[in-house]
Design a protein. Structure first.
Length: 561
């Protein structure tokens, strides 16, 4: 990521790093890492961590590693490792040659475990998982020592080596660190550091049947990679004493510093990978990249830009306490970005036929339209105009209510980049449904103004019937109906039944025929849209990325008053 046009916003982590550099700690180096588990797709919460870790390294001439914490093969898949690499690169970051896996260190981690055993700081325990929980105690009561805690060094080494050799069934034994069962910090009460798990690993195959726990593998992997600042989310604050304990007990080559920051919580969204997996496996969404999902893949398919996500992550800042961010801010960042870069086009989502009776039968005009008023360098385009056009169904009312200024019988409106038209007749089918409007146009009003100075109160978008291209448009809304679905007993109970509306008879201007996948556009008066991979040459498919209504901007405007 280029830092040339980037001004960092101060936060407590930047302050810590600045002080470390001032004191020449870590020989003036800044090495961070992003350590995802390959057990699901990344989401917007991970994007905050990605941006933070890679940006902190870049702005201090350091480096950021991408390291997969692949210590639980029962839940991991190559699909996830591939998607994570794709998402990080799409966000605009590059780890270069520094791609690592915890599995790279399995042999070294095993040797470290034997070192702990030899020094009397780890033991093999035969208690079941349920018994370990019972012996652990509570926040107000100390734990009890395992009856296997005082096994000899030789016995522990023998059992641990036999665990590795596959002599014991899954779950029958674990290796635990010997720390303090009366510690007020439950994480220090002889935590499990290895378990027996027969599952084929996506990189090491069946070479191993014991796997290290995260709290053990993570600090040691950081140390082996010479990480200087190990930046974690706030839930790992209570794990920091254990992180430091492993580094202090073992002959590691470096001493990383763990720093915790508040994770991202977003309204109308769940961030738990476990819950997101339930949505995918339960068929509530159409996969990890469903545009309603908060995954980076889903946001990308919906039409988000990496620039808007990076801007959002910088704006929300880095805090020490948890809070929830209004999703309206994320949408605001997207609108600001798309407003500058998205070409304007005309699309009719619910077509209503209009015949301009006094327009020449076979005439076709090329009207000039502006591609983006925010960026004159994007120039103009030609759009065809003919006798038969389509407008939005909602832009006409036979009996208009008060303050409805669009088309109605006897009323005149402006066509965008075109002429003034007036409705003269309404055609209905046998059921009384309006199927066609008859209008006249004023040839003196080309370009949208009348020589006599008369004015109209509405401008409508439109497409030429004989030139428009068919399209399907998917209108997405929030996946949940409540601001905090994760707080519900069953988060799926507040799924939004109207989170997706599919319109199959839409029409778009002909310049969109050759649109590239993931191209973003502003459909005038409709919102921002992105071309979906489901598109074909015969029928384009567009996802509505976000509407034009900016809730966040209105909120901020009210707060300033």
């Amino acid at each position: 990521m280029s830092m040339s046009d980037y001004t960092p916003v101060p936060n407590f982590i930047r302050n810590i790093i600045a002080e470390d550099l001032k004191n020449n700690k870590n020989d003036g180096q800044v090495i961070t890492r992003f350590p995802p588990e390959p057990n699901g797709y990344l989401h917007i919460g991970h994007a905050k961590s990605i941006c933070l870790n890679f940006t902190l390294a870049a702005e201090n001439n350091g480096r950021c590693h991408l390291r997969f914490d692949d210590t639980n093969p029962s839940k991991e898949d190559v699909e996830y490792t591939d998607s994570i690499q794709r998402d990080v690169k799409w966000l605009g970051f590059d780890w270069g040659e520094h791609l690592y896996y915890a599995s790279d260190y399995f042999e070294q981690l095993y040797e470290y475990a034997e070192t702990l055993i030899k020094e009397g700081k780890a033991y093999v325990c035969d208690l079941s998982a349920e018994e370990i929980r019972e012996y652990r105690g509570t926040l107000t009561q100390p734990g009890k020592n395992s009856p296997y805690r005082e096994r000899t060094v030789d016995e522990n080494l023998d059992l641990f080596r036999r665990m590795r050799a596959g002599e014991f069934p899954d779950g029958s034994r674990v290796l635990r660190a010997k720390i303090d069962m009366s510690s007020p910090n439950l994480n220090m009460r002889d935590p499990v550091i290895y378990r027996i798990l027969r599952a084929t690993h996506h990189r090491t195959g069946d070479e191993w049947c014991i796997y290290p726990m995260y709290d053990y593998a993570h600090p040691l992997s950081d140390a082996l990679e010479m990480i200087t600042h190990s930046i974690c989310t706030l839930e790992f604050e209570d794990h920091r004493p254990l992180y430091d304990w492993f580094l202090e007990q073992l002959p590691v080559p470096s001493n990383p510093q763990q720093i915790e920051f508040a994770r991202l919580n977003l309204t109308y969204t769940v961030m738990s990978k476990r819950k997101l997996l339930q949505l995918v496996e339960g068929g509530f969404v159409a996969g990890w990249d469903d545009p309603r999902m908060p995954t980076i893949a889903g946001l990308r398919r919906l039409g988000y830009t990496p620039e808007s996500i990076r801007d959002f992550c910088e704006r929300i800042g880095v805090a020490k306490s948890n809070s929830t961010v209004d999703i309206a801010l994320l949408e605001h960042c997207l609108r600001e970005d798309l407003n500058k870069r998205a070409p304007r086009k005309m699309a009719v989502l619910r077509p209503l036929k209009v015949v301009i009776e006094n327009y020449p039968e076979d005439q076709v005009e090329e009207l000039e339209a502006i591609n983006n008023p925010e960026d004159p360098s994007m120039g103009t385009r030609k759009i065809p105009f003919s006798k038969v056009i389509y407008i939005e169904e909602d832009d006409f009312r036979e009996d208009p209510p008060r303050k409805f200024y669009r088309l109605a019988p006897g009323r005149e409106v402006r066509l965008r980049y075109g002429y003034f038209i007036k409705c003269t007749d309404v055609i209905k089918d046998e059921n009384g449904e309006i199927i066609e409007l008859r209008c006249t146009y004023d040839p003196e009003t080309r370009g949208g103004s009348a020589p006599d100075g008369r004015r109209v109160k509405a401008t409508l978008h439109w497409v030429s019937a004989s030139h428009a291209h068919p399209a399907e448009v998917r209108l997405y809304d929030h996946l949940f109906t409540t601001e905090d679905p994760g707080a519900e007993e069953d988060f799926k109970s507040c799924l939004n039944p109207d989170s997706l509306e599919v319109l199959t008879s839409c029409l778009v201007e002909p310049s969109l025929k050759g649109a590239a996948l993931e191209s973003k556009y502003q459909f005038e008066r409709q919102g921002y849209f992105c071309l979906d991979p489901d598109s074909t040459a015969e029928k384009l498919v567009f996802n509505r990325t976000v509407s034009l209504r900016d809730t966040w901007a209105k909120i901020q405007k009210k707060l300033k008053k």
